[in-house]
Design a binder for this molecule. Sequence first.
Ligand SMILES: [Ca+2]
Length: 291
Amino acid sequence: MDAPPDSQPITGRRRLLVGAPAPGREAGAVYVLRLHAAVCLVSGSNGTLQSIKMWSNGEGGIPHGTIEAGSRFGSSVASIGDVTGDGMIDAAVGAPGDGTIGSHGAVMVCILAPDDTVSRFQWVRPAAASSGPGPGLVIRSFGSSVTAMQYIGSAEQCKVHLIIGADDSRSDTADASHGTGALVLVQLATGDGSEPGGIHAIQGTTIGDGIGGLEAGLLRANYHLGRSLSVLGDIDGDGTVEILAGAPGWSGTSGTELRGALLLLSLSTPEDSAGSKCLLRMVIRPPTPSP
Ligand SMILES: [Ca+2]
């Protein structure tokens, strides 16, 4: 669930985006709840909800057949700022079970109309496994989480950068460890000239085991980096953006430790020649239970 700021200058109104990924062969959905902020303080009041819109196949501006059955559309949702510059806050929705190009997953960028329906949308799907000097990554469950950020000092370029979790990703080596997980940075841009108001996505850095700034061997099988994501902003004022990425399967060596970890990562600006780089700052683990 994500709470975008007011999309229109109407005092006291808020919208909530609520993901409802469906099990089995259903497509899943997102609900847009328009709330009356003043009434939100009164618990249990029926007056809190002003309107509700659903986005799914054949609903809320999305044509029938757009969302694949079993794609778990709505597994993640994020307010991504005003991509198109029309004053309406736009959104991204993860569908990690989408199998249009194999079982890689997808994210739908939704451009909102003033009535909270989707006026236009653009699917973002992962590029082929990255290649380079080290092992590549096979991206799986792209869209298990999604969030958006803007880099400090690049306001005039006002591009929206998505961080997309792909928590079932694995390396493409023969002894591949499954489910190590990955993060993919994607820049959204508008107006490339080919289509008025068109959106295009530019895939940037991929972050995974031994890729994008993480040391090889850090992530093991079933750590599932990218199951959750949160942008903290530049918490230490050095110009890099700090994010938290969840790895719920992270395990220690003693066998008595609780599973799971949050990785605190710093991301440098993508304007650097080699693209955005990530630096692991801290691994936050749950406390060891006392015997
Ligand atoms: Ca920083």
